[in-house]
Design a protein. Structure first.
Length: 238
C-alpha cells in the first residue's frame, strides 16, 4: 500500500534544468539523476507525468527577437521540447522505468500523439508519461502545457521544479533579506504580483483549483519527500 500524500502528479521541468552547468543542450549526468529521482518516486507508488520545457535549445520569443517569425520560432521551441522529452524517455528507460512520450503536435514516427484517455491508461499501467510540445500552439509556454495536462489527467498536484527553493517576496539572489512563502493562495499571488508561472498557466491552475508546489529539484531527494507530504518549497492553492 502506498503511503504517499498524492496519487497522481505532474512534474514540470524546465529545459534549463536539463543542461546542468552547461549553457546549451542536455547534460547526460543531470538528466540521469533527474530520471532516477522520478523513478524512485514512481516506485514509491505515485503515478507520474512529466512536462519538459525547451529553453535549453530554443525559445520562440528569443528567436523572434533575432528577427524570426514568431510562430516559426514557437514551432521550433515546441520541437525542442520533443527533443528533451525523447532524452528524458531514454534516461528513464536506462534506469528501468517504462516511459512514453506523447506530443501535442503530430510527429508519430518518433513518439505517440497526445490522446488524453491513452495517457491516463499509461499512467494506470505504471508508465511514466512525458508530455511534449507544450499545448501544441504558438504563443504559449510549457508552463501552460503543464497546467493544462495536469488538469486534463486529474493530477492531484502540479510540481514546478526551479532553481530556487520556493516563492519569495523579492529575488533572493539580489536581496538577501527576501522572505520565502511556505503557502500562498492564488489571490495572494496575484495581489503581490509574484512571478510563479506565466499568467495563462497560472489562470488555468486557479480556475481549476489545481494545487501547485514550487521547489528546487537541484537538491536530491526533494521529489519523494514532497510526495510523502513534506512541506518543501512553496504551496499555492485556493
Ligand atoms: N512553446 C509554444 N507553445 C507551447 C509550449 C512551448 O510555442 O505550448 C514554445 C515557445 O517558443 C517556448 C518554447 O516552446 O519558448 C520552449 O518552451 P518554454 O519556454 O516553456 O521552455 P522552458 O522555459 O520551460 O525551458
Amino acid at each position: 500500500m502506498s503511503t504517499l500524500a498524492y496519487r497522481r502528479i505532474l512534474l514540470k521541468l524546465s529545459g534549463e534544468a536539463l543542461m546542468g552547468e552547461e549553457d546549451y543542450g542536455i547534460d547526460p549526468k543531470v538528466i540521469g539523476r533527474l530520471a532516477l529521482e522520478v523513478v524512485e518516486a514512481q516506485q514509491a507508488g505515485a503515478e507520474i507525468a512529466l512536462v519538459v520545457g525547451g529553453g535549453n535549445i530554443f525559445r520562440g520569443a528569443g528567436l523572434a527577437a533575432g528577427g524570426m517569425d514568431r510562430v516559426t520560432g514557437d514551432q521550433m521551441g515546441m520541437l525542442a521540447t520533443v527533443i528533451n522529452a525523447l532524452a528524458m524517455q531514454d534516461a528513464l528507460e536506462k534506469v528501468g522505468a517504462k516511459a512514453r512520450v506523447m506530443s501535442a503536435i503530430k510527429i508519430n514516427d518518433v513518439c505517440e500523439d497526445y490522446i488524453r484517455r491513452r495517457a491516463i491508461r499509461h499512467l494506470e499501467k505504471g508508465r511514466i508519461v512525458i508530455f511534449a510540445a507544450g499545448t501544441g500552439n504558438p504563443f504559449f509556454t510549457t508552463d501552460s502545457g503543464a497546467a493544462l495536462r495536469a488538469i486534463e489527467i486529474g493530477a492531484d498536484l502540479l510540481l514546478k521544479a526551479t532553481k530556487v527553493d520556493g516563492v519569495y517576496d523579492a529575488d533572493p539572489k539580489k536581496n538577501p533579506a527576501a522572505i520565502r512563502f511556505d503557502t500562498l493562495t492564488y489571490d495572494e499571488v496575484i495581489a503581490r504580483d509574484l512571478q510563479v508561472m506565466d499568467t495563462a498557466a497560472f489562470a488555468l491552475c486557479r480556475d481549476s483549483e489545481l494545487p501547485l508546489r514550487i521547489f528546487d529539484m537541484g537538491q536530491p531527494g526533494q521529489l519523494l519527500r514532497i510526495l510523502k507530504g513534506e512541506p518543501i518549497g512553496t504551496l499555492v492553492q485556493g
